[in-house]
Ligand binder design. Structure first.
Ligand code: ZN
Length: 124
């Protein structure tokens, strides 16, 4: 096998590995993004395409009809089934398996377990 053949072979296996790792990483990131979305944070994974002139509108989280966001997000199109667009009720949300997202600011309260440290108070 000539050197150039070895190099080509290595390049090919490298490419396969890169693709594999890329896909696995994307899957992990998507999982993370879903988790973040559930927490009320809207991130998107984007490649650094400097040439792409496409301007994507940030996906609207808060429905203009309901005035609140849901998980998964919905928008006014989801209100087409209604005679008159009205905010979804709890029952309708449940029927569509949407969960109402409350203000992320107010849900950051985490139940902190009150662990009483044994006389470890720092004196300042
Ligand atoms: Zn709505």
């Amino acid at each position: 096998m000539s050197d150039i053949e070895k190099i080509r072979e290595l390049e090919a296996s490298k490419q396969a590995l890169v693709t594999e790792l890329h896909d696995a990483t994307i899957a992990e990131i998507n999982d993370g993004l879903e988790l973040l979305e559930e927490l009320g944070f809207n991130y998107t994974l984007a490649t650094d395409q400097k040439k792409s002139a496409k301007k994507r509108k940030p996906s609207q989280k808060t429905c203009p009809v309901c005035k609140f966001a849901t998980t998964p997000p919905h928008d006014r199109r989801h209100h087409r089934t209604q005679d008159e667009p009205a905010p979804f009720s709890q029952e309708e949300l449940a029927a569509k398996s949407f969960t109402r997202v409350s203000d992320p600011q107010s849900t950051t309260h985490q139940p902190t377990a009150s662990v009483s440290k044994p006389s470890d108070s720092q004196s300042k």
